[in-house]
Every structure is written in C-alpha cells, then in structure tokens.
Write a protein that binds this ligand. Sequence first.
Ligand code: HEM
Length: 492
Amino acid sequence: ALKRYSTKIPEGLRRLPGPRALPVIGNMLELGRKPYLSLTEMSKRYGEVFQVQLGSRPVVVLSGYETVKQALTKQGDDFSGRPDLYSFSFINDGKSLAFSTDKAGIWRTRRKLAYSALRSFSNLEGTTSEYSCVLEEHICKESEYLIKELNNVMKTEGKFDPFRYIVVSVANVICGMCFGRRYDHHDQELLGLINLSEDFVKVTGSGNPADFIPALQYLPDKAMKKFVDINSRFCNFVQKIVSEHYITFDKDNIRDITDSLIDHCEDRKLDENSNVQISDEKIVGIVNDLFGAGFDTISTGLSWAVMYLVAYPEIEERLFTEIKEKIGLDRTPTLSDRNNLPLLEAFILELFRHSSYLPFTIPHCATKDTSLNGYFIPKDTCVFINQWQINHDPELWEDPSSFIPDRFLSDDGTEVNKLDGEKVVIFGLGRRRCIGEVIARNEVFLFLAIIIQKLHFYQLPGEPLDLTPEYGLTMKHKRCHLGVKLRDENAQ
Ligand code: HEM
C-alpha cells in the first residue's frame, strides 16, 4: 500500500480511485471467490478505471467496452506487457508465449511465427477434395468419432459427461495440426493430460492469492504443488513428441506445425542478419502454447454450448430446424455454411456473451508510465481486463442476465447484427488478442452444426442442470451427466 501513496502523479493526471486496502492482504478479501462479479460491482462505484491492492501489488482493473478498446488498441503498446506472476513462471518452463514476461521484440517475433504456423496448417488442403482445408477435415472426422462414441456410452451407461468426450475430440483437432496425430477416446496418456486442465485454470485465473501475497509461496499449498506438477507433465508430453519430430525431420516434407517450427530454426541458422536472437527451445516451445491454448478453451466453450442446448430445448429445436431447412439432413455441414445459419451464429455469440467463460483476459501490464481516462498508471502495473463486465454491461445489453440468442438477429431473423457481435469480448482486443480466434470461431461453429444436425441432447431425471461457473482462467460448469440420442436412428 505504501508504494501506491508514494507514487508521484505527473501534473494534469489524477490518482486512481479504488477501495481502501488492508495491510498485507490489501483488498484480497473483497475480491472473494468470484472476482468477475466483485470487480464488476466495484466498477459501478469507482468507474471504468480503478485500482485494487492485491497483497503487495497495485492492480488496475479496466471495464467498459470503449475504455478497454482505448487501452488495448489505441494505446496498445503501453498495455501489451505481461506481469511477472509467480504461477506464470511455471508455465511452459517459464518460456510461454502467452504467459511469459518476454520483452516486446521477442514476444512479437514469436507471436508472428506462431500465427503464421497456425494459419498455414489450418488452411492447408485436406487429403481429399471433399474438404476445403485440414481444419475442416479434422473437425468432420472428429465429430463423426464423437457421435459414435456418445452412442456407445449411451448404450452401455445410459448417460454421458459432455466435457469428458468433447475435450478429446477438440484435443485431436489441435493435435492433428500441431503433431500430425490423433488419440483414441480411451487413450490413457491423453486423458491423463487433458484432465489436468481444470486444475490448471484454477491457478491461472486473475487474482490467485499466491501470485500477489509472496508469503503464500513459501507455505505448502496443495493446489500450487499440483500446478507445478501439471506443467512439468505437460512439458514432458510435448517434449517427447518434439524429440520424435527431430529424429524423423525432413525439410522437404514439413508434416505439421512442429516440423515447421523446427524448419524455422534451421533456416534461421543460415540467416546471419536476423536481428532478434531467440533460442531454438523458445521457438519449438511455441507448439506447447498452441496445443495448450487450443484444446481447453474450445472444449470448455462447446461443453457450455451443450449445456445451453439442454437448458433451452426450444432453442435446440429451432437450431435443428434451421439446419434442416438450409442444409438438409443428407450432407454434413461445412465451414462454407457459416454465413447461411444466422441463428446458430447468434447462439454462439450469446453463448460467449452470457457464459463469458473467459471472464478476464490473461493479465496485462503497463510497459511504461502511461495514463488512461486522465488517470496515471505507472510502468509495470498489473492490469486486469474484465471481459465479463463488458458482456453484461446494462449500458450495452438489454436484460444482460437472460440467455437470448435472438438479441443478435435482425427482426426477420435472417441476419446477424455484426456490430453487436463485435461488442462481445471473449478473445481480448488489440496487440495481445487471441491468435487462435478465427480457428476457434470456425471450430465451435462446425462442431455445433454437425452435432446439432445429428443429435438431440436432453436432461436426465435425478441429474440437475447446474450452470454455475467455477472461477478460473476459463470457467467451467460443474461436471454432470446428460442424455443424447440420434435424431435419425437409421443413420448409424
Ligand atoms: C490468448 C481466448 C482459442 C491461442 C488468448 C486470450 C484470450 C483468448 C482471452 C488473452 C488475450 C489477452 O491477454 O488480452 C480464447 C478463446 C478461445 C481461444 C475464448 C476459444 C473459444 C485459442 C486457440 C488457440 C489460441 C484455438 C491456438 C491454437 C492463443 C495464444 C494466446 C491466446 C497463443 C496468447 C497471445 C499473446 O499473449 O500474445 N486467447 N482463445 N487460443 N490464445 Fe486464445
């Protein structure tokens, strides 16, 4: 707290408003177990730019679409850093693209590399002309496996856990692009790894006490121990696949994203003039970020989607009817159908808005002394971006707590209102904006179009639907069991 009051405010700028802080813990108690709600409440009192004291650190919290856009796009460079948080230092061995404190030059170079590898390996031609690209091919094949698998489990157990099956399908899509391979739905190695994501996101959610109260880092903490272990297991898994790639690497046959990153390292050694020096490890390690970011985010979203379908059966029926009328039931939907299914598009936007299952972006930090809306923000200040607040701001949304996909549709239901759609913020904005956004939106669309065409989901007696999110970097609904059946029993 001392630091806050001793900071000299440059002339013409104001000191950040915010609640009074207790010694040592600061405002940690007020943050509570649902920081997206408590910080939204505080924004009503203190405004769109305010400060809380979390343990030993001042943290600036940004709310409001215009304010966040101003900070992350118009003043993008000022707010593009990452804070040096204790938990982040364990992710990808401290070399993460998304979480590390890499300075601007290195981060930007790695980000460009990641982006171009991701783009070229999702746009690549499919193995047959039936598919417009490998992304589409992977999704179509994985959804077919998924539908078979769900049928099997319904036959044997009479119920299924949506997240358990969706996560394997989604992991296989990103595994296909990153590593050129897929795993069986019962592969213990993959299951062991992807089931760790729940514990991962709990520790990486904004406001984890161990990141802000240094004393806690020296206490035995079960969640933190688990977290360190999760990260090393994750690194080992990827490392093993990367080593295999090095052995079989052939520069005339680049098979996947891992190969293309290895190839980049080889090329760079020939290039004497490259101005930013980045180790091979930090380049090939990018695949770790892509794989990690690529399955938990999308599978959490799809799992929420299934929950909403079950909670709103009349919307599920309307979505099915839209597909039946626009595509029919004889062919599988493709990515090119995306502009043709406005209700599904609106459903996805409302899913992102209402659940806001990524309530905060990954924390940012100020790269230099700066100001926002007239308030002074010193260099290195940690900044939280409250996406949940934007998505539930009554200034932007009528009846924000209700789930109403139609809010995004024109009156005749034939068009999606693109401007309103852009105000749903779940991928961040500006310099640090998610690099997987295009892939993610396409993937959520196509998986949903296919499963809605083929399947009907329903609630089971004695299995209550609980849509309360569990706080974390990505928020998950409680694990539960649902029923599902084929729309056309003769189809399989
Ligand atoms: C960063 C959301 C899917 C790769 C982010 C951020 C958010 C986000 C909120 C942080 C932005 C910030 O700090 O301001 C999502 C959502 C997804 C999704 C909601 C799915 C629905 C993906 C996929 C990939 C990916 C499929 C890659 C295959 C990344 C990477 C970063 C990132 C590498 C770090 C960017 C940086 O720090 O410069 N994402 N993401 N994401 N995302 Fe995604």
